[in-house]
Design a binder for this molecule. Structure first.
Ligand SMILES: Nc1ncnc2c1ncn2[C@@H]1O[C@H](COP(=O)(O)OP(=O)(O)OP(=O)(O)O)[C@@H](O)[C@H]1O
Length: 336
């Protein structure tokens, strides 16, 4: 992870997670380290199946099914959440760290109105009166731009965008320091998506919490986050600033592939360059660098030797090319 002298709100150190299956262990997360600091939005990006959601659930200590942490530590505000007892964890979850899940419909209770759901969340953690909690519920709706009349609405009476705004209101109801957002707008149309993202930024600026924003959409997170970690096959292959993504040069070949895959509008057509091939089977990972079978510039050594993570112009990159200045310079020139 990139060093910084601020206090991390979230810190993952060498975290590995497997899903046990009848076909073998799925290595969904493989020695992942990164940190998020106060008042910061960091994005985790990668193709489907790269391990992003597994990390999100691990940070909530809500790993699903047969998944378990095989090594590493997850610290929130300096406390290892895997060392906490159930009572501490219950207090900690939602009041220090909360999560906005992909589907608002499954996150909301269909038989409770909006007010009851927000009030219940507040009262399960804070010793305040129901009236005070109701007042906070109303101001939370103001914050996410939903008319207060919808306090009495049930989820099925709201549009998809409004439901997702309610979920965001619940996630910030207890003023957590960290909110994890796992593809919070994927199910919504582009216009609603844009307005919710603007709103997330506005609320974050007002309330100063940190966000771990998970997405497979590079162009979307570029506008939202200040730092970005790019995942491939359970590893973070690059951690960098979003500003650095303005140019292709100097990034991991996978990052470059993702950047090229952002649709571009030329004079009369939309050009999309995909990354050839598909992500590997996480039970039998390729030897060496897991990206080598799809990498357009793989070297012989990439097939057998795992690359180290190196610092390069303020970014962390896990790629053999960045260890070989000459070859890298030649390649960067060729792809321009
Ligand atoms: N319950 C499960 N049992 C076995 N393997 C699983 C299970 N859930 C996820 N996996 C595997 O773990 C890997 C990481 O999955 P994860 O959902 O974390 O990826 P992701 O990057 O969030 O993908 P998506 O964007 O599609 O949600 C995938 O290869 C997936 O097949």
């Amino acid at each position: 992870m990139l060093e910084n002298n601020k206090t991390p709100v979230l810190e993952l150190n060498q975290v590995s997670i497997v899903y046990e299956t009848s076909n073998g262990d799925v290595q969904a997360v493989n020695k992942v380290s990164f940190a998020i600091y106060e008042n910061e939005i960091m994005a985790l990006v990668g193709e489907s199946g790269s391990g992003k959601s597994t990390i999100a659930y691990a940070v909530m200590r809500l790993l699903r099914g047969s998944a378990y942490l095989t090594e590493g530590t997850v610290k929130i505000l300096g406390r290892d959440i895997y060392e906490m007892n159930k009572k501490d964890l219950r207090t900690f979850r939602w009041s220090q760290v909360s999560m906005v899940f992909q589907s608002a419909m499954s996150a909301l209770n269909p038989v409770m109105n909006v007010e009851q759901q927000i009030v219940d969340t507040i009262l399960s953690h804070e010793k305040i009166t129901r009236k005070e909690a109701s007042m906070r519920a109303a101001s939370l709706l103001d914050l996410v731009s939903i008319d207060r009349k919808h306090l009495r609405s049930y989820p099925h009476e709201l549009s998809g965008g409004m439901r997702q705004r309610v979920v965001i209101a619940i996630a910030i109801a207890l003023k957590p320091q960290l909110v994890i957002m796992d593809e919070p707008t994927t199910a919504l149309d582009v216009v609603v998506q844009r307005s919710i993202l603007d709103q997330i930024q506005e609320i974050q600026r007002k309330q100063h919490f940190s966000i771990l924003f998970i997405s497979h959409d590079f162009s979307l997170v570029q506008e939202l986050a200040s730092r970005i970690a790019i995942m491939y096959a359970g590893r973070i292959v690059e951690e960098t600033t979003t500003a650095s993504l303005e140019v292709l040069d100097g990034h991991h070949p996978y990052t470059q592939g993702l950047l090229r895959a952002i649709p571009k509008l030329t004079a009369d057509e939309i050009v999309i360059e995909g990354i050839p091939g598909s992500p590997p089977n996480l039970i039998t990972l390729p030897t060496g660098c897991a990206f080598h079978p799809r990498c357009p510039v793989a070297l012989e050594t990439c097939k057998s030797v795992k690359p180290l993570t190196l610092e390069h112009n303020g970014a962390l990159i896990e790629c053999h090319l960045f260890d070989r200045e000459e070859e890298n310079a030649k390649w960067q020139k060729e792809i321009r």
